[in-house]
Structure formats: C-alpha cells, structure tokens
Write a protein of this length. Structure first.
Length: 219
C-alpha cells in the first residue's frame, strides 16, 4: 500500500463514503493494511486472505464460485476494500463479483489498482485496469461508479483528464529536459524514440456501489 492509497482511504472515511462493517481483501500479506484507519474511525474491521495468518478473520478464495461458504452464514459488509489485489489475479471480474455478493444492500466496493506500473509478482502480475474498465464493470452490474471518488491517485479525479472529445487521458509526468528532447527528436526524424507521454507509475481508485435495491444486491 502506497502513501497515496492511504491518503485516499482516509479521505473517503472522512467523507462517510466508507462505512462499516468493512472487509479488506488480501490483508494477510504482511504489509500495511487499513485496519488502524478503519478502527480509529469507529468502524468494525475484518480481514480476509487466501491463506491463514495473524489478523486474518476469514480465509477465502474470491476466485471461487461459492465465496459465501468461506464466511459466517448471512454475513454482509457495507464496504469491501480490494486494494492492489486485482492485478495479481487471473480473473479480476470474478473477484469483484464474489465481493459484490457479500455486500449489504447499498454497500460499496472500494478498489485501487495500477493503470501503469512496473511488474511486481505477488506471486503473479496479470493486469492493468484503465478507466473504461471500471465504467464497464459498474454498468454491466447495474452499480454506481462514484465520479467524485474516481481518481488517478496523487493527481485528481479521472474526469478532469479527459480531452476535448471526452476521451480519457493519463496525467502527464513532470516534463523535464530529457522528455522534451525526445519529443523534438521524434518530430524531426519521425522516430519512435519519444518519451512516454504519461506517468510511469499510476494507480486508479474507485468506489462502486449497489443502487440500494434488493434485486441488484442479489444479482
């Protein structure tokens, strides 16, 4: 978990976008989790991971078709945190669908995943999720993507980086001498040696909520 991740989580807690009980996926890997932030806010916190380890309340495989069997009968969560998990799975949509089935009526999935990032195997590294991916998931599941919480972490809301045609764009990195030199060389000699026109490390955060109806909560 990066400092930008934690800043985002603290902010949505303050904004009452994240409410309890809260379940955090992948919380047994030994690194930083949201446990203290959630508990300090007076919310009930539970941790889940694929493997048993100290602090893990539920050992569960969210890529399975019956994730409910890993949990106490009829347990429901208001917020489920899926932070830097989806890129390490072979089927990220199934992960979200499984988490969705554990949400209480009008509950929310809070997702952070890289859009541009160096390879990092824990134990595998499979995907990079882009803005349209979050939109398509929310639309296909009849859920609500909170536009105000839809962010390039450290840069601002994703919508503020659309071009004049309404297409998503990445935030630009700091454009130093090396960047502009590569751009000039490319223009002069029509090469492919231009510098990257976007940040080399960029993550997206999103809050995706059920719409409060029983049918959607159970679909």
């Amino acid at each position: 978990m990066t400092s930008n991740d934690m800043i985002y989580i603290k902010r949505i807690v303050e904004q009452k976008k994240l409410i309890g009980p809260v379940l955090e996926l992948g919380a047994g890997y030994g690194g930083n989790t949201c446990r203290e932030v959630i508990i300090d806010a007076g919310l009930t916190y539970y941790a889940s991971d694929m493997h048993s380890s100290p602090g893990v309340d539920y050992v569960a495989d969210f890529e399975s078709d019956n994730v409910e069997t890993f949990f106490t009968s009829a347990v429901k969560f208001k917020s489920i945190l899926i932070l830097n998990v989806l890129e390490h799975t072979f089927n990220p949509v199934r992960i979200l669908d499984s988490a969705k089935r554990l949400l209480d009526n009008d509950g929310s999935l809070v997702v952070i995943a890289p859009a541009v990032w160096t390879l990092h195997d824990y134990p595998i590294d499979c995907y990079r999720m882009l803005p349209n991916w979050y939109e398509q998931y929310a639309n296909s599941r009849k859920m609500i993507l909170d536009r105000g919480c839809f962010e390039y972490l450290g840069y601002g809301v994703v919508d503020s980086f659309m071009d004049i045609n309404g297409d998503y764009q990445f935030p630009l990195p700091a454009q130093g001498f090396a960047y502009w030199k590569s751009r000039v060389v490319h223009r002069l000699f029509n090469t492919f040696g231009r510098g990257m026109a976007f940040s080399s490390q960029l993550a997206i955060a999103a809050v995706i909520s059920l719409n409060g109806t029983t049918d959607d909560a159970n679909s």
